[in-house]
Design a protein around this ligand. Sequence first.
Ligand code: PLP
Length: 404
Amino acid sequence: MWSPQAPEDPLFGLMAAFRRDEDPNKVDLGIGAYRDDNAKPWVLPVVKKADDIIRNDPNLNHEYLPIAGLADFTSASQKLILGGDSPALKEKRVTSLQTVSGTGAVHLGALFLAKFYKPKSQRTAYFSDPTWPNHFQIFSNVGLSHKTYPYFSRQTKGLDFDGFYNSIQNADEGSIVVLHACAHNPTGVDLTQDQWKKIAEVIRAKKHFPFFDTAYQGFASGDLSRDGWAIRYFVEQGFELCIAQSYAKNFGLYGERAGCFHFVTAPSSDAQSTVGRVASQLAILQRSEISNPPAYGARIASLVLNTPDLFAQWEEDLRTMSGRIIEMRKALRSKLEGLGTPGTWNHITDQIGMFSFTGLTEQQVLKLREDSHVYMTKNGRISMAGLNTHNIDYFAKAVDKAVR
Ligand code: PLP
């Protein structure tokens, strides 16, 4: 078999370059995983607790899960993202499958749409420009064509709302619109609730299909309902939609691959039969792709989600992570402003979540790497989780030097 050499994944290439660098002051701002104030991975205390309980359970075994995954996990995941009193749950309009984390959920959704959503010539998926780069690969792999809608304004380093709105309005009717529910990756720029309402209106008017990707619920603001607001609003408005949900960031279960895919049908007299048909097809797709999902991470998340005191502790852990990141945003902005670094830096605190689009140019990014051993992606994105009280001064001074 002959196949051409594929390019290296840019992010994994960056991580390898960081590991090779022997400078004691090196800073890793590429990493898409939470780090504590000592730049170390953090096992959430609630995850440690749940892990201990599960490991000591004499009935624990390693049997296969059902095709759709652990039922306690998928039902708790529905409540988490849709809200316990969601009309869609009361009316049994939701079907959910456990997936291989968020990536697997995006893939299962894309695969399902590729098979059942409109004839090939009439369906295009729209991604924000920029977006999580894997969206392009996942959708292309299943044969869905894609375009982008404007999202980030280089001038304001905030949302290009008009560009976004107009692009969705001009898209062919019935397009698939992929939306980041909160903590947009890579920009950290989110919509206000009013802006979400306007986008919902235009999606409805154009009969588009909303596809929500939610990888940061609770991790962005520390408040699970606030971070889930956009999805809950769309569901209340009666949209048919799907949701790819990841537990990598908000539980720190990166390598355990816990996630969920939800399909919500619109209210109608045959909604339940629609859900049944969708569920039957999703089960067949899941069977041919992964047979059944991995158990351990889902067991941990399920125990926490279904046990009130563990759930309360999880919320506390979420506030610890989001709080530290928000503190780092404030500190970075104030240090850059204090140094009189050319440019404006309010966007650092206006943005939210794991990532910030700094506005640094590719040239400045390379200069930071060469002169100061600071590693970030070429588009100027930094992972706020890579900053801490020990390296933030060093980083702010390095930025100051690079932009002058
Ligand atoms: N979607 C977005 C927007 C992401 O940022 C990520 C992770 O970085 C994912 C999905 C999926 O991540 P995972 O497969 O690790 O759950």
